[in-house]
Design a protein around this ligand. Structure first.
Ligand code: 4GX
Length: 222
């Protein structure tokens, strides 16, 4: 898979080199590309923002540099083009899985009060939100989205397939887990987990997953 990030702040993507995504790139499972919108500004001062027509607080990103940045990307017509926005549909694991099937994602990161709506009309396939809160820009949401998508790409996760047996795979929160030592600060690991009875362990985990999901996220059970 290829992921192209389109941004005014390319330096913000440096941490991706260190992470799992960096490892995936070395293994050629994933190709990351960072496009600096400012490189495409035709303004004499490389300006990329302006006041909104009709007035109102703050600035908007102007359409020309974004349009030229996206259309400069090889294969942009066939790529799936996403705008990160609190107005988008909230991301969930089913959407992440769906996105992992595309060969090429282009993720546009907005700043200020957002972007000129005509970019969405002309180029964007879907708007995605990572949750009902507002950040200063779309870069962190874009990295969160890319990180979750990358986990579905073969060669990204260390162990072969921990994506299957995990939170959300059956739309439940994960059961509690324990490692050594068997007793820590007076708290013991539940007896069933050290019993060696795999059927009992599986049943306990299923019940615990249901219990915590009912308590914290009853919306997931529907
Ligand atoms: N999930 N942001 C977008 C600019 C903006 C402001 C208003 C449209 C309307 C966010 C989120 C998010 C910060 C990205 C503001 N765009 N992105 N940006 N929550 O908060 O994805």
């Amino acid at each position: 898979m290829k992921i192209s990030f389109v941004t005014l702040f390319p330096e913000m993507f440096e941490p991706l080199k260190a992470s799992l995504i960096g490892k995936a790139q070395e293994k050629n499972a994933l190709k990351i590309e960072i496009i600096n919108i400012r490189d495409f500004s035709q303004d004499k001062h490389k300006k990329c923002d302006d006041y909104p027509f009709g007035g109102g607080a703050g600035m908007l990103m102007t359409p020309q540099p974004i349009y030229d940045a996206i259309t400069s990307i090889r294969g942009y017509k066939k790529a799936h083009k996403i705008y990160m926005s609190p107005k988008g549909k909230t991301l969930n694991q089913a959407k992440v899985k769906e996105l992992s099937k595309f060969d090429h994602l282009i993720i546009l990161c907005g700043h200020y009060e957002g972007i000129d709506e005509r970019i969405i009309d002309l180029l964007i396939d879907e708007e995605i939100s990572i949750g009902d809160f507002v950040l200063t820009g779309g870069e962190i949401p874009a990295m969160a989205l890319a990180d979750s998508v990358a986990r579905f790409i073969p060669g990204v996760l260390g162990s072969l397939d921990s994506t299957v047996d995990e939170s959300f795979s059956d739309n439940l929160l994960e059961y509690p887990q324990y490692t050594r030592p068997q007793e820590f600060k007076g708290l013991s690991v539940p007896e069933v987990l050290v019993s060696g009875d795999h059927a009992k362990v599986d049943e306990w985990r299923k019940q615990e997953a249901l219990k915590i999901t009912k308590a914290r996220r009853p919306d997931l059970l529907r």
